[in-house]
Design a protein around this ligand. Sequence first.
Ligand SMILES: Nc1ncnc2c1ncn2[C@@H]1O[C@H](COP(=O)(O)OP(=O)(O)OP(=O)(O)O)[C@@H](O)[C@H]1O
Ligand SMILES: [Mg+2]
Length: 379
Amino acid sequence: MAGDDYLARLNPEQREAVETLDGPVLILAGAGTGKTRVLTTRFAHLLKTGRAWPGQVLAVTFTNKAAREMRERVSAILGQPAEGLWLGTFHSLCARMLRRHAELVGLTSAFTILDTDDQMRLLKQVMDAAGVDLKRWPAQGLMAQIQRWKDRGLTAERVTPAEDTDYAGGRARPLYAAYQSRLRDLNCCDFGDLMLHMTEVFRGHPAVLADWNRRLRYILVDEYQDTNLVQYYWLRLLAQSHRNICCVGDDDQSIYSWRGAEIENILRFEKDFPNAKVVRLESNYRSTKPILAAAAHLIAHNNGRLGKTLRAGRKDAEGDKVRVVSLWDSEEEARMVGERIEAARRAGHKLAEIAILVRAGFQTRAFEERLIVLGLPYR
Ligand SMILES: Nc1ncnc2c1ncn2[C@@H]1O[C@H](COP(=O)(O)OP(=O)(O)OP(=O)(O)O)[C@@H](O)[C@H]1O
Ligand SMILES: [Mg+2]
């Protein structure tokens, strides 16, 4: 895209979120309101206006796929491939940083990142060597505890008695310490260590942190509602000097509480970054009015919301009403859905326009069986 066209593709709120470049910005927005579009445009805008070189922006996405998409979209706006970017997931960015500072946590830059199987194997060895009865105290339980501690930024030394557990007669903490020292001996770290080690490096080495603060002048964070505490500390440390941090999140969309995400991070942002500019994006470009109304009605019951309303942003937003149907069991449900699909097909709709959403993977089975019986191809 040529020139400044990229700004013209934004609505006024989105534009404000993109053009407020200095100081902390919290973009609170619902599903499909253009959060990712705004963050990507902001990234490109920082480069286009000469505010920052590509290597001076840190952009965090939640998946590697999202990082690739952001890279492509930034490149498209720039009109050339964007290179040398600090763009990726929390873990990939931390792994990259840790390679440069590995010796500060007792590793060398060639350290290995263990997968979950190797992690478990190592922990079992450590427990075995300490004489823990693995039948009585399964290693999975301790691994989960260690991950929780790591998600909250707690090294074994930082775990206070109040944070401790009864696991293996109160031995979780020393076992955690032994596991860490074993990892160090092998020049390895696990996934959770990437974040933890880097926050420890920043906390213990002000000169290193100051260097990163100078280097990374602008910080962008997508899916901020899904960050956990250690990720939050890491961001806060990186942003503390210049405060040019822009987080995009939806307090109604947190899906990762099971892996330590802290919705409070959103609620905390305004406190930790006083005078943060808060921009709300409330025009949804993905769904029709009846769908938005039904969703708003449901999430109004959630606790811990900052509150926002979604309006339809599309020009063709009228659409059919949402229907709620109660059925006896999954087979009856699959039969009903199958009939609806056949009816839609007779009415001239393409199968590729029809989707079935379920809450968990196992629930697709009844539908698949029914679709096979009806001879309806699906993916
Ligand atoms: N100002 C706009 N005008 C027209 N379409 C837009 C506008 N902003 C966003 N869209 C479109 O709306 C859709 C959703 O955008 P985007 O993925 O950026 O939203 P999001 O808020 O990040 O969604 P999610 O909640 O899934 O993360 C995309 O198809 C995007 O192109
Ligand atoms: Mg998004």
